[in-house]
Design a protein around this ligand. Structure first.
Ligand code: ADP
Ligand code: ASP
Ligand code: MG
Length: 406
């Protein structure tokens, strides 16, 4: 008997009818003779609505209480799903993250899983139950409820699959798998039958929200195969696994985009040792993640330093950087909040010349100006105006002939 961990996302359980549909989906896999642990997200926009509620009460909600509040979304969906399964005659039980043994650190709203103690889950499996686990949440040593960050149910699912030594982790969502680009934006995008962890991690980290990057990272670390498919249809999905990245394809695999980019430029910075540390250390202390950093070659020992942050962090970052810029004698700080990034990804691009030029010419033919460029071995990213990001995805999907994939 195989043990399978399944996860259903928010849109798959958005209303009572969809919950019944998911219950049927689970029952089918159970009837095939599998042991099942099912991780569930909050219904539809529940998490957004709960956040809004808290911010309507006060501008700065307490972080501990906010996590307890947000965790209730997944409690509602997990109990409703267990109710649906029981009404169909299946033995099911819902467990909170705490009951499922998901132990985290105490960083509210972005807690990390430290370990999983799956005693209770194993006990219920032994009793012949389908175990429904509330995703996105855990518990600290002090028994405080935490949440794992937006989209965190994917992480719960893969972590549980690893802890339970499941055969695979199945992620059911509102699209049929991982595509060469977001299928909602590019209708011609092709579904990939398989993709390696490395490519998937770059895709997820650079905006393809079909999988959370932390979940992909965990999958890679423990070599847990992840199957992404639709909860609404039965068409074959995408297998994320270790074998795929071994295939060297002389091709880009996918395009990702992210609209959540803001840029800060510190203009006229004296070029001497210690300046970068003086700027980035206080930003790190303020808990602000920096993405891209570019320093221009200096002219007469004066340089410009540019870096990007998430839009929500821009004001906070400017408040940190402006006084430092003044104190080190920089001319000024300039902010741009209306940016986005577009990335072309593929292991086939490794050590192969020509991909960067192809990307830059495609963008220039569309009249799209590039602000910054960053690369990894298997990715090229351009930071461009937010308003042109979607055009850029369309033009790059064509330029790299991704509609002809597979
Ligand atoms: P869930 O609620 O199931 O976790 P998400 O909304 O987090 O679902 O992720 C699914 C969405 O990811 C899809 O609706 C799709 O618009 C988006 N997406 C972005 N890039 C891709 C891609 N390359 N392949 C598939 N889906 C993608
Ligand atoms: N409900 C949480 C969110 O909306 C977690 C998840 O859906 O994965 O971010
Ligand atoms: Mg998601």
């Amino acid at each position: 008997m195989a043990l399978i961990v399944q996860k259903y996302g928010g849109s798959s359980v958005a209303d009572a009818e969809r919950i019944r549909n998911v219950a049927k989906h689970i029952a089918e896999a159970w009837d095939e003779g599998n042991q099942m642990v099912v991780v569930i997200s909050a219904m539809g926009d529940t998490t957004d609505n709960l956040i809004e509620l808290a911010y309507n009460v006060t501008e700065h909600p307490d972080s501990r209480e906010l996590d307890v509040l947000l965790s209730t979304g997944e409690i509602v969906s997990s109990t409703l799903l267990a109710i649906a399964l029981k009404s169909m005659g299946y033995e099911a039980i819902s467990l909170s993250g705490a009951q499922a043994g998901i132990r985290t650190d105490a960083s509210f709203s972005r807690a990390r899983i430290l370990k999983i103690d799956p005693k209770r889950v194993l006990k219920e499996l032994k009793r012949g139950k389908i175990v429904i686990v509330a995703g996105f949440q855990g518990i600290t040593e002090e028994m405080d409820t935490t949440t794992l960050g937006r989209g965190g149910s994917d992480t719960t699912a893969v972590a549980l699959a690893v802890a339970l030594k499941a055969e695979m982790c199945q992620i059911y969502t509102d699209v049929e798998g991982v595509y060469t680009a977001d299928p909602r934006l590019i209708p011609e995008a092709k579904k990939l039958s398989e993709i390696g962890y490395e490519e998937m991690l770059e895709l997820a980290s650079y905006g393809a929200k079909v999988m959370h990057p932390r979940a992909v990272e965990l999958g890679e670390l423990f070599n847990m195969p992840i199957w992404v498919a639709s909860s609404f249809t039965h068409s074959p999905g995408t297998l994320i696994h270790g074998g795929a990245s071994m295939e060297i394809r002389n091709k880009a695999r996918a395009v990702a985009y992210d609209l959540n980019v803001a840029k800060i430029t510190v203009v006229g910075v004296p070029d001497r040792p210690g300046i970068a540390a003086a700027i980035f250390e206080p930003l790190a202390q303020a808990g602000i993640s920096i993405d891209t950093i570019v320093q221009n070659a200096s002219i007469e020992n004066i340089t410009d330093l540019t870096f990007t942050v998430a839009k929500g962090d821009l004001d906070k970052a400017m408040k940190v950087v402006e006084p430092i810029a003044k104190s080190i004698g920089a001319r000024e700080c300039a902010a741009d909040a209306k940016l986005g990034k577009v990335s072309v990804i593929g292991t086939g691009m490794q050590n192969a010349p020509g991909y960067a030029v192809r990307m830059f010419s495609a963008l220039s033919q569309e009249g799209i100006n590039i602000h910054l460029i960053t690369t990894s071995e298997i990715r090229i990213t351009c930071i461009i105006d937010e308003a042109r990001v979607k055009d850029a995805v369309r033009t790059l999907h064509q330029a790299f002939e991704l509609e002809e994939e597979e």
